[in-house]
Design a protein around this ligand. Structure first.
Ligand code: FAD
Ligand code: DHB
Length: 390
């Protein structure tokens, strides 16, 4: 079997890459380890930057997103007994975010790929990349062989792509955090119109949403937290303790549909390419979710990779492919810093560090009183404009 680009992983990165390549007349095959049902149900991120929405709409996969996505013009920072709105319409006019679940993006992309006759294979075991440093790389899986011109490693942090690069060819940068997030999906109307990022001495809490009937919450918990330690009553009690901290705010409770623990990590592998293998999305870098950047970075990588591959197929020039990693990494490191900064600002660290707590509160006061500081948060949160295409 032969294709132009062999794509490992049917998350947002792999599926969008396959779709964008198709729009450029470039063929691909997507190999995914899990079932279609599994990837369509996986509850993860929910905040789409302006540029991500624009990309999906321009690629013809934004109809449901435009109908069902919830556009937001601001977020609230809640701490010290008060809420403070960061107003995008004033700070970054014309740019905003849209709340739309990652699994809905995945569903839309899978539907589009299949409608266009795309080759997306689920439940594929033992994908192994070969001969990545030659002009004829190939993938083997379940007794089959896929020859390709290029391999796109879109298989997330625990995938097979990055480990298939020889030791010594990559430099890895990493930071771990002394906490995790407990994510909660609940059938209950959101208790606020906009997202609330709450800093409390009990830990961080985030109030988000998916629809007028479904809310999404996150709680800072211990890094090795067991979901079983969080029966529904404890979840609601803790959410109330961390969110009902301003006068008049009442958190509506409802049926909990899903709970899971997400570890927090910052990670970058450089360069994001080796021979004919190109890493995109979580396969190359991870951010803690506080800045809502993971999914958006995956989309930005895939845009750059599509342009670079399109140039190669149109002209034979490898220039843009050779510059892929450099182009992506400037955005990646900006998002790394922003995500680390938002995480550091809002989470509770060692209770024995009153100096650190004072610094947090000082910076929160600055962000909520200085327009310049608020604009820095806002422009990073809604997403910086994409670089010129290489
Ligand atoms: P993924 O979505 O991880 O997709 C990779 C795909 O590759 C998966 O479908 C996987 O099954 C497949 N795969 C892996 N290995 C193989 C293999 N060997 N062979 C074939 N297929 C393989 N970001 C936020 O902004 N906010 C959040 O709240 C948030 N929550 C998250 C919760 C969890 C549990 C995780 C893991 C991530 C979360 N993220 C969040 C990050 C965000 O979801 C990711 O940045 C985003 O999914 C990246 O997309 P991707 O396509 O690069 O990787
Ligand atoms: C959501 C996730 C995030 O990581 C974030 O910062 C904001 C919202 C969400 O899942 O809705």
């Amino acid at each position: 079997m032969r294709t132009q680009v062999g794509i490992i992983g049917a998350g947002p990165a792999g599926l969008l890459l396959s779709h964008l390549l198709h729009l450029r007349g470039i063929s691909s095959v997507v190999l995914e380890r899990h079932s279609r049902d599994h990837v369509e149900r996986r509850v993860r991120a929910g905040v789409l930057e302006q540029g991500t929405v624009d990309t999906l709409v321009a690629a013809g996969v934004g109809d449901r997103l435009r109908r069902e996505g919830l556009p937001h013009q601001g977020i609230e920072l809640r701490y010290g007994g008060a809420g403070h709105r960061v107003a995008f319409e004033k700070l970054v006019p014309g740019r905003s975010i849209t709340v739309y679940g990652q699994q809905e993006v995945v569903k839309d992309l899978i539907a589009a790929r299949l409608a266009d006759g795309g080759d997306v294979r689920f439940e594929v075991d033992d994908v192994i990349p070969h001969d990545l440093d030659t002009d004829r790389p190939y993938l083997t899986f379940g007794g089959e062989r896929l020859d390709c011109d290029f391999v796109a490693g879109c298989d997330g942090f625990h995938g097979v792509s990055r480990p298939s690069i020889p030791a010594g060819a990559l430099t890895e940068y990493e930071r771990e955090y002394p906490f995790a997030w407990l994510g909660i999906l609940a059938r209950v109307r959101p208790s606020a119109e906009e997202l609330i990022y709450a800093r409390t001495d009990r830990g961080f809490a985030l109030h988000s949403m998916r629809s007028p009937e479904v809310s999404r919450f996150y709680l800072q918990v211990a890094p090795d937290e067991d979901v079983a330690a969080w029966p529904d009553e404890r979840v609601w009690a803790e959410l109330k303790a961390r969110l009902e901290t301003v006068p008049g705010f009442v958190l509506a409770a409802g049926e909990i549909l899903e709970k899971s623990v997400t570890p927090m990590r910052s990670f970058v592998a450089e360069p994001m390419q080796y021979g004919r293998l190109f890493l995109a999305g979580d396969a190359a870098h991870i951010v803690p979710p506080t800045g809502a950047k993971g999914l958006n970075l995956a989309v930005a990588d895939v845009r750059v990779l599509t342009e670079a591959l399109a140039l190669w197929y149109a002209t034979g020039s490898r220039d843009a492919l050779d510059g892929y990693s450099r182009t992506c990494l400037s955005r990646v490191w900006r998002a790394q810093h922003f995500s680390w900064w938002m995480t550091t600002l809002l989470h509770t660290f060692d209770s024995e560090d009153p100096y650190g707590r004072r610094l947090q509160l000082s910076y929160l006061d600055y962000v909520t009183s200085s327009e310049a500081a608020a604009a820095t948060l806002a422009e990073n949160y809604v997403g910086l404009p994409f670089e010129q295409s290489p």
